[in-house]
Design a protein around this ligand. Structure first.
Ligand code: ZN
Length: 423
């Protein structure tokens, strides 16, 4: 669909969504009234900026069903995300929502080259988590043979993948890598498998990981993106060109905002991704802040799809630092470090303020093998990291290399940033 026609569809659907939310969800009605808005205030997609944002906290405050826009008799499915803090986030689907979900998942699988002759091994978990059932319905919609094996039980995964001739694998990227290594250890010849592509998501992963999966499994590894609040998987997917993920923007309208000022950023800027659902009935979401960081690209893709593309997610907006007025995400640093084989992804960013000027220092561990090399080589490596970082983040940074295992490890998530500034 060309952009002009797409904008017309988006406008029509936004008007319907806002009406549905305003008349059926007291929360939205109140938030709009506080801003002096009624449904008539929204005439096209260009009016979207007038509307208030919605956050995960709003979903929690209205736990479990407070933001649903239809009576429970219309809800045919409930999913929930396991809340690491507090209550889970609950989402509800009408029959039409399930059909929309199947449609966007069918697009996702088609993007990965799947069709009716494929065998799709769904190794995402089935249950309250949306991964398993999302891929399942999409697979059936395109007429493929779906194998609902769910997660875990690696030996069985390999056996069925081999015996059934699975051609598409759907799971998290880390599990794909684990499976790849288990297949190598199994001693079964790769030629005996028919696997050709994988659709991987639900966790962040790097280009390095992609290369490793593609080499080890000898497949095309496709990045998929979604979140249960918006619909589950099926929000966006890479195509075979692998240059960004096409957003199903006729169903989920994306904006990029500055997470601090909340202003919509100009085309091509990196910032927080915000979605407005355009067709959802059960749980319409208006300007939902995902906290995921990315950038949009409206250039036409070589695959022929006209849908806008988003970059692989860079990280979370909650982690953002402001240094000398520049927004910096620790994940930007991490992504760069992960691309270099000489160093370990163990690092520490130290932010300080000296003479009223913010300073930024990076300590990073060198790989054991590389650390034995000459001092001059280490200095060259240090300079290379510093140059790479400065040119990509646009900030001066002092890089220090440290011996392996010098940076403190902690249980679970390690501490990556120390901010010594006093505000
Ligand atoms: Zn494309």
């Amino acid at each position: 669909m060309e952009r002009e026609e797409l904008n017309r569809v988006q406008s029509e659907r936004l008007i319907e969504t806002v009406e549905r939310a305003y008349f059926n969800v007291p929360y939205y009605r109140q938030k709009m009234q506080e801003k002096g808005l009624g449904p008539e205030s929204i005439r096209s997609i260009n009016d979207l900026g007038k509307l208030p944002y919605t956050t995960k906290q709003d979903l929690r405050d209205n736990y479990p069903f407070g933001l649903f826009a239809v009576p429970m008799s219309e809800i045919v499915r409930i999913h929930a995300s396991s809340g690491t803090t507090g209550k889970p986030t609950v989402v509800g689907y009408t029959r039409t929502d399930i059909s929309t979900w199947s449609e966007v998942m069918a697009r996702t699988l088609t993007c990965a080259g799947a069709g009716r002759n494929d065998f799709i091994q769904v190794a995402y978990g089935y249950g309250l988590f949306t991964g398993g059932l999302g891929l399942h319905y999409g697979g059936e919609k395109i007429g493929a043979s779906v194998i609902p094996i769910s997660g875990g039980n690696t030996l069985r995964q390999i056996q069925l993948m081999h015996d059934f001739g699975s051609t598409i694998l759907a799971c998290t990227p880390s599990y794909a890598l684990y499976l790849a290594e288990a297949i190598e250890e199994s001693g079964i010849n790769r030629e005996e498998f028919r696997l050709k592509a994988g659709v991987f998501g639900a966790e962040p992963w790097t280009e390095n990981m992609r290369r490793e999966i593609e080499e080890k499994l000898k497949i095309k590894a496709i990045d998929i993106y979604g979140l249960s609040e918006v619909i589950g998987p099926g929000v966006a997917s890479e195509c075979m060109v692998q240059r960004g993920l096409h957003i199903n923007e006729d169903h989920f309208y994306p904006e990029i905002i500055d997470p601090v000022t909340l202003e919509v950023l100009p085309e091509g800027s990196t910032g927080e991704l915000v979605f407005t659902t355009l067709t959802k009935e059960g749980l319409p979401l208006i300007r939902y802040r995902t906290r995921d960081l990315t950038r949009l690209n409206r250039e036409r893709c070589n695959c022929g799809r006209t849908l806008v593309r988003m970059d692989k997610c860079l990280g979370r907006s909650d982690d953002m630092l402001i240094i000398r007025g520049v927004n910096l995400f620790p994940s930007q640093v991490e992504t760069l470090l992960l691309e270099m084989s000489e160093i370990k992804p163990h690092y520490l960013l130290i932010v300080d303020r000296v003479n009223n000027l913010d300073t930024l220092e990076l300590k990073v561990e060198v790989d054991e093998e590389f650390f034995l090399d000459k001092i001059s080589q280490l200095e060259a490596l240090r300079q290379k990291i510093q140059d790479n970082l400065e040119s990509s983040i646009g900030l001066g940074i002092k890089v220090t290399l440290v011996e392996p295992k010098m940076i403190e490890r902690s249980e679970g998530k390690s501490k990556r940033v120390i901010d010594k500034r006093k505000f």
